[in-house]
Design a protein around this ligand. Structure first.
Ligand SMILES: [Zn+2]
Ligand SMILES: [Zn+2]
Ligand SMILES: [Zn+2]
Length: 224
């Protein structure tokens, strides 16, 4: 009985010593990092396919904001008018809707005017020539993906990989942790996408804990 008690006590002190060593050599953040390295975190804005989900974005372009005759608009159509020339009967026209004194009217613009900017002058829609906003293409660069067509958050990858680009960074003063996707770094700062709200911003390295600085130096070494 005495023997058993003694061995229990020995075991207890051994466990305590182990815990002390662990506490000295590993911070909780470092343990977390080691445990979850390689974990795949799917990107939520693109639902994993890496494609830009900004409204109406197609291959990095969105419809021009200006009131121009969009060449790829679905409204272009043939027009049946009695007595029109054969060429005009074959041509595509755009039915431009506008209002005069609250009454709905339609002005028809021929295909050769695609890409022109329309303005109302003295109650009538008139062309102001090629649209300066889109140079007549009807499409402009999407601000979300800057023309790449790729998701702004994962830059087309559809996921984040813990330990490779997704790191848990802690601040120097309060030890608060942040799930951060590292975009780039310099000797002074790191540019991250915060996973919680998908905001991109810079963090000065001196605001990060020593552990986080070490982690960054390891995973994102500065180019010589
Ligand atoms: Zn335009
Ligand atoms: Zn886009
Ligand atoms: Zn994405």
């Amino acid at each position: 009985m005495r023997l058993l008690n003694r061995s229990h006590r020995r075991l207890a002190s051994f466990v305590f010593a182990l815990a002390l060593v662990a506490a000295l050599f590993f911070t909780p953040a470092a343990l977390l990092q080691a445990a979850e390295d390689g974990e795949i975190v799917p990107c939520t804005p693109c639902r994993g396919d890496g494609v830009c989900r900004a409204r109406d974005c197609k291959e990095g372009k969105i419809p021009c904001y200006s009131e121009c005759l969009k060449p790829d608009a679905p409204e272009w159509t043939k027009r049946q008018i009695e007595g029109q020339s054969e060429a005009d009967a074959e041509k595509l026209w755009f039915p431009y809707a506008y209002k005069v004194n609250g009454k709905k009217e339609t002005a028809w613009f021929g295909r050769e005017q695609a890409g022109e900017l329309i303005a109302i002058e003295k109650g009538q829609p008139v062309s102001r020539g090629r649209c300066p906003g889109c140079a007549g293409s009807g499409r402009i660069v999407c601000q979300s993906c800057v023309g790449s067509g790729k998701c702004f958050a994962c830059l087309g990858e559809g996921k984040f990989v813990r330990g490779r680009n997704l790191l848990t960074l802690t601040d120097a003063l309060q030890g608060r942790a942040m799930e951060a996707v590292v975009r780039s770094r310099t000797a002074e700062r790191v540019t991250v996408l915060r996973l919680a709200d998908l905001k991109v911003f810079d963090i000065p390295l001196d605001k990060l804990s020593a552990e986080s600085n070490e982690l960054l130096a390891q995973r994102f070494p500065l180019a010589p």
